[in-house]
Structure formats: structure tokens, C-alpha cells
Design a protein around this ligand. Structure first.
Ligand SMILES: [Fe+2]
Length: 116
């Protein structure tokens, strides 16, 4: 399968009234991942959780690939660790991402060398 950056749908379900840069910054986002969609290689200024509601996703980080399926929860505590999340399966996937931060941002990087 050809994996292309982007192609996923991102809907903000909740954002703190004082904004993500406020003292209680929280953002909750629903992602819908068609087969072959993926994020760029990126990091966050936030601690976050990913809950997979439907289908399956992968996360590539620090030279490892983790697979998470419906019902799994992934906790991201490495705020500045670049990673890629995507759907390399044949079915769409849906996930809910919650970020806790005072300054939510996302940096993009070139893809790392392939280890697969
Ligand atoms: Fe991320």
C-alpha cells in the first residue's frame, strides 16, 4: 500500500475556553483515517492519549512500530519525540486524541530512514 501524508479527517471536538495556550489547555480531536493515510513525522508540545474506536493504526517512533487496534489506548508522554501515525490496513480507522498542554503546537520533520 502506498502511504501518503495527509488524507485523514481531523475534527476538534473540544478546546479549552481559554484556548490551548491557556493554563488549562486541553484539546480533544477525532481523526478518521482512510486506508493509506498518515501524519507527517511530527512532535507535540503536549502530553496526549490516543484511543482507537474503530479499525487499527500504527505509530512509528524512535525506530519502533507499535500497532494499536480498536479498544487500545496509547499514552504519549514524550512531548518532543517525532512520530508518524497512520492506517496501513484495508479498513478505515477512527481515533480520539486528547492533548494536555499550555502551548499546543505540532512540528514537522522529514521522514526518518526506513527500518522496515
Ligand atoms: Fe502526534
Amino acid at each position: 500500500m502506498v502511504m501518503q501524508t495527509g488524507g485523514y479527517d481531523r475534527t476538534i471536538l473540544y478546546r479549552s475556553p481559554d484556548g490551548v495556550d491557556g493554563p488549562h489547555g486541553i484539546e480533544i480531536v477525532r481523526f478518521v483515517w482512510p486506508p493509506g493515510s498518515r501524519t507527517p513525522n511530527h512532535d507535540h508540545s503536549a502530553t496526549g492519549t490516543v484511543i482507537v474506536l474503530e479499525g487499527a493504526l500504527y505509530e512509528k517512533k524512535a525506530g519502533r512500530t507499535a500497532r494499536i487496534t480498536a479498544g487500545d489506548v496509547l499514552v504519549e508522554v514524550g512531548m518532543d519525540v517525532p512520530h508518524i501515525v497512520g492506517n496501513d490496513g484495508a479498513e478505515p480507522a477512527v481515533s480520539i486524541h486528547t492533548y494536555f498542554t499550555r502551548q499546543l503546537r505540532m512540528n514537522e520533520y522529514p521522514d526518518p530512514p526506513s527500518t522496515d
